[in-house]
Design a protein around this ligand. Sequence first.
Ligand SMILES: [Zn+2]
Length: 396
Amino acid sequence: MLTAIRKDGTIVHLLPRRSKELLKKEREKEEFFCPECREKVIMKVGTKKMEHFAHQQGSFCVESYEKETEYHLNGKLQLYQWLEKQQLAPYLEPFYSSIRQRPDIGVSCFDRNFAIEFQCANIPPELMVKRTNAYRTQNITPIWILGGKNIKRKGSGKVSLSNFDYLFLTRSPSGLWYLPAYCPESNIFILLTNISPVSSKNVLSEISIFPHQSFLIQYLIAPVKRNNTCTCHDWKREIRSHKSSLLLQGYYTNDVIKELYLQGMNISLLPAMIGLPVANAPIIETAPLVWQSYLFLDHIYRKKEGVITLEEIYRSFMKRVRKNQIKLRLLPLVRDCHPRKALLEYFHLLVRLQVLEAVNDTTFKIINEVKTPEHVLMQQEQEELFYRKFAHLFFK
Ligand SMILES: [Zn+2]
């Protein structure tokens, strides 16, 4: 941390930065304490890391939970300077005594208060949920920024996100999913938008890079939608490769493969309408291919007619969740995070794909039995046709 208090209760900031000699002299004269737990802290003035205050070993203070790395300290400092350049009046490590929390930076703008948390190391999700909720009780909007080195690119428009990275995923007021990151080593903001999960880790996403001088705080609050450079061909390729990797896991370790097999089906023979992107798919941790396979088995497969309601769909879906066949995501920053949204989007997509008919907004009718292809070649031919005819409906 870059802030401590003196014996008399006054605050010491290490910003603006002072010479090492000056700091060393200050250190000899005075003692410093943590503003949060009041334990004695040490002013570290070395050559490897930027100067900072650190708790003594074995401290139980939440603040000492994340051992501040050079990467984190630099990021915090750069983000502070970045806000100053926008003519804002950021506050370094403000201590909110009512909730006993201290974000990296506090800033007020657009008539709102923001707490900026730059997080590079894993923290337990519960801690992030707790901190986020506490800020909200004080009418402070938290902005969590992920350390840029966490973003693992796996090709153009493809990123692998861990469960920890996913905690930073959020949704703008206009419904856009995005994940902000900052890298203090290259002074860039990384904004992932148009996020479409392919598997539980891999997503297709628009990856935008901004030098920090051309990036504004409003882009973190409500970023604008970007044009998709990912195409339906990328999506088709990813779904095919996901099918192959599921097949490799085999019958005994993978529930969906087993269930498809027991019902006389095979994952490589699934019709192309299974495994499609929907806007709210990030709410579900399990891959779209898998949760949509279960919906297919539960409601559509081998049915010639019948009516399906959203309530029935949701009930069967939640039964799978309880059996651990489908997992939901923990997204602490997203309010109103309900899987019903994704399920409804998928069923409305099936209506546009002429698989079902909509009776009303939440009730659907089976019009024809969905024929599954008899062999892989047939599946691929049907898939090609399907993508040619319908891709514009689900991949813009
Ligand atoms: Zn402390």
